[in-house]
Write a protein that binds this ligand. Structure first.
Ligand SMILES: [Zn+2]
Length: 326
């Protein structure tokens, strides 16, 4: 007798430069099992896919059986949701355009969906996190760069080429700081990791005021945040300026998209109120008057160690179970 079986679990995969993490997740977003391996050990994409396949199968067998897995979702930098390819990822070991979703599908015999990190995170926040129940919101990731994902009327807005949301490369200051993208004055040169450290150096150079930041050989945003928490005035001033600039960038963004909220993730957002209070103030000063007091600026409510796999799991539910994708 042939029996239709309702498959109640998916696998969420988060691939980044350092680590690849996989999780078996149920429909309520409970993580049943999670494990990972080092991404950079595999310079050939073929070897990586073989190891990832093996890993997913073992993890699934250990947590309820492979036959209960409906589909797989992948969160990866430079991932293109439309094509299922990773496209010229600057920091991953594999160059060019790689049809990762199709390759993994062929190995596993399961439907596979793929998206960039911001997109996957936004799906996770909408299903289980700070954007729960919202139809119009933007997830902003503030880390080594500044990325974002727009949800409009309940669905993701990817743009004609899939590059929508590159708010980090909008110009906030003509002729300003040099950006890695080749342009000058991009928002992320003030709000992402390198920019915060540059601002700290500017703040220190403008006064003789004592600060523990002066004693640190290699300043990082993490250290500056710790010093804010200890009450270091120059560290606090660093994030006040960062927040001020961020607020202007977000006000421009909000005036175009009218989101209900901005949800923040990434190491810079760990600054919490040191960043978000000045950002909110500046946001309200710069946003179009009809939006004043209406847009929330909130941190992600999903723990760091599961955010991306959880987002990837939501992506997995979105793909058709027997996809003819590509
Ligand atoms: Zn740029």
């Amino acid at each position: 007798m042939i029996q239709d079986q309702l498959k109640t679990r998916v696998v969420g995969v988060d691939i980044n430069v350092d680590a690849t993490s996989c999780a078996v997740v149920d429909i309520r977003g409970n993580i049943i099992g999670q494990s990972g391996f080092v991404t950079s050990n595999y310079e050939s994409i073929g070897d990586f896919i073989s190891v990832l396949t093996e890993h997913i199968m073992q993890l699934s067998e250990a947590h309820g059986g492979y036959e209960n897995i409906r589909s797989v979702g992948i969160s990866i930098p430079s991932g293109n949701f439309r094509t299922g390819c990773i496209e010229n990822a600057p920091n991953l070991p594999w160059k060019g355009v790689i049809p990762l979703a199709a390759m993994l599908r062929d190995q596993l015999g399961l439907a596979v969906a793929l998206a960039n990190n911001a997109h996957a995170m936004a799906l996770g926040e909408q299903a289980f996190g700070a954007a729960h129940g919202m139809r119009d919101f933007v997830v902003v990731s503030l880390g080594s760069g500044m990325g974002s994902c727009i949800f409009s009327n309940g669905v993701v807005h990817l743009g004609a080429d899939g590059f929508a949301g590159e708010v980090g490369h909008t110009c906030i200051k003509p002729g300003g700081r040099q950006c890695g993208c080749g342009k000058q004055g991009c928002l992320e040169t003030y709000t992402a990791a390198r920019g915060v450290v540059l601002t700290a150096q500017e703040v220190m150079s403008e006064s003789d005021e004592p600060s523990k930041m002066r004693q640190v050989e290699q300043l990082t945003p993490k250290i500056i945040i710790e010093l804010c928490n200890q009450g270091d005035a120059l560290a606090i001033e660093t994030f006040r300026r960062t927040g001020y600039t961020l607020g202007i960038g977000l006000a421009n963004y909000a005036s175009i998209f009218n989101p209900e909220a901005f949800v923040f993730t990434g190491q810079i957002s760990k600054a919490g109120r040191w960043l978000l209070e000045p950002a909110s103030e500046s946001f309200e000063d710069h946003v179009f008057h009809n939006l004043r007091g209406k847009v929330k600026l909130v941190p992600s409510s999903i723990p760091d160690d599961v955010r991306n796999v959880l987002g990837a799991s939501v992506l997995a539910w979105e793909v058709k179970e027997y996809s003819l994708f590509k």
